[in-house]
Design a protein around this ligand. Structure first.
Ligand SMILES: [Zn+2]
Length: 413
């Protein structure tokens, strides 16, 4: 199973100009290729839209297309050919997905025909798949980007890649700067973990309640930054569109959004790593995020918590470290079940913060009660796994064992 390592880049001003130019070159090639496909379709000619055909067309026509309009000099050779291949790949994917959807072979959200990429609205991105890109032998804090140079990073990439072969490196600009994402051939080897089982109940006020009694509060990064973001958005609305100061405010705004994202991700990375390092079997619930977001009073709080992202982190980390992740069925009554005697309530309102059992009189914090139930689920899954002895399922099947009825939300929150 491939995995990825994301690092923040620290380019020099010259390198940053080259990054912007590469992303621009990719966008230019994409638009040229799309215009070519559209012209063919208008002329009722069946267009060749595989990645190879598109790349070939670009290589034939780049000498006339990628030319400076004022000087007449060609500029295509100033940038890595990987930028143009990336454009061809993006367009080929877009056309493939559109045609699959049109013929009823693809489910989920509607996929439209690819659109031209506008300079101001497109995310700056390109990727390397061949050539001498990736980690640098004598500098662990840098990555090599052909035609751009050896770019310093904010962390030790060599250590994180852990000697695994790098298949692809995509480069893109996010709100607070440039990032490189290295796709690795396989997961770097995980750490040995302790034994036992644990349950984790996810919530809004407390992000997670662990069955051993630990409570992880929700940092609510968006709620905290909401006033600041609102102020910047109003400021942006008053400014002359696309002026220098408009761009400045927009940068501040993007940095604010990036900050909220980082605070959330930091907490989730720490929690998921802690869980897979300490327990052999982890039980969590399958939250119907899309359904919950429809509750307008809770929508923002739920999106601020990003449960789906947490599950994604936990899934890949448990695969890497051989941990058994049990995702409870969406209809598993983790909150309504008594963790002492096992009786199930028919109704439990959200305002009742303490679980009181009518059968055995047991009383416990609502979230902790749910977490203990999930821990028991994780335990029974582990026991049935061990009971089968040699017949242990491959780890890749483990996270979805309990979730036959699960449907993936089509968007991540
Ligand atoms: Zn009870």
């Amino acid at each position: 199973m491939p995995s990825a390592v994301l690092v923040k880049l620290d380019p020099t001003p010259r390198q940053e100009r080259m990054l912007v130019a590469h992303a621009g070159a990719a966008r230019f090639a994409y638009n040229c290729l799309l215009a070519h496909v559209k012209a063919d379709m208008d002329a009722r000619v069946k267009p060749e839209w595989s990645m190879y055909a598109l790349r070939k067309w670009w290589n034939v026509n780049k000498r006339t297309l990628a030319v400076n309009a004022d000087t007449g000099l060609p500029w295509w050779q100033e940038y890595s050919k990987e930028a143009y291949s990336y454009a061809a790949q993006c367009l080929a994917n877009g056309l493939f997905n559109w045609s699959q959807f049109r013929h009823g072979k693809r489910y989920g959200r509607r996929v439209g025909f690819p659109a031209f990429k506008c300079k101001n609205k497109t995310r700056m991105a390109f990727a390397y798949t061949t050539g001498s890109f990736g980690i640098v032998a004598d500098n662990p804090h840098a990555v090599r980007l052909p035609k751009v140079g050896v770019v310093h990073c904010f962390e030790n990439v060599t250590k994180r890649v852990h000697g695994v072969h790098v298949l692809r490196m995509s480069v893109n600009k996010q709100g607070d700067g440039w990032y490189a994402s290295l796709t690795l051939d396989k997961q770097p080897a995980g750490v040995a973990h302790a034994h036992g089982n644990v349950g984790v109940d996810l919530g809004i006020k407390q992000f997670a309640t662990i069955s051993d009694g630990t409570v992880i509060p929700n940092p609510h990064p968006y709620r905290t930054a909401k006033r600041k973001i609102g102020r910047l958005q109003r400021k942006l609305g008053r400014q002359q569109y696309d002026s220098h100061r408009y761009q400045q405010t927009k940068q501040h705004l993007n940095a604010q959004y990036a900050r909220t994202r980082h605070i959330r991700l930091d907490m989730q990375h720490k929690l998921s790593t802690y869980l897979v390092r300490h327990w052999q079997s982890i039980g969590i619930e399958d939250l119907n995020v899309q359904g919950m977001v429809k509750n307008r009073r809770l929508a923002q709080a739920i999106q601020d918590a990003a449960f789906y992202q947490f599950r994604t982190l936990l899934t890949y980390k448990s695969l890497a470290s051989n941990t058994n992740l049990v995702i409870a069925d969406r209809f598993y009554p983790s909150s309504k079940t008594c963790s002492q005697c096992g009786s199930v309530k028919t109704k439990l309102s959200l305002t009742q913060r303490t679980y009181k059992c009518e059968h055995c009189g047991f009383e416990l914090d609502r979230d902790l009660n749910a977490a203990i139930n999930l821990a028991q689920l994780a335990k029974s899954a582990l026991e049935s796994l061990n009971a089968r002895g040699a017949d242990i399922r491959p780890v890749s099947n483990a996270p979805y064992r309990q979730s036959a009825m699960k449907r993936e939300p089509s968007s991540k929150h």
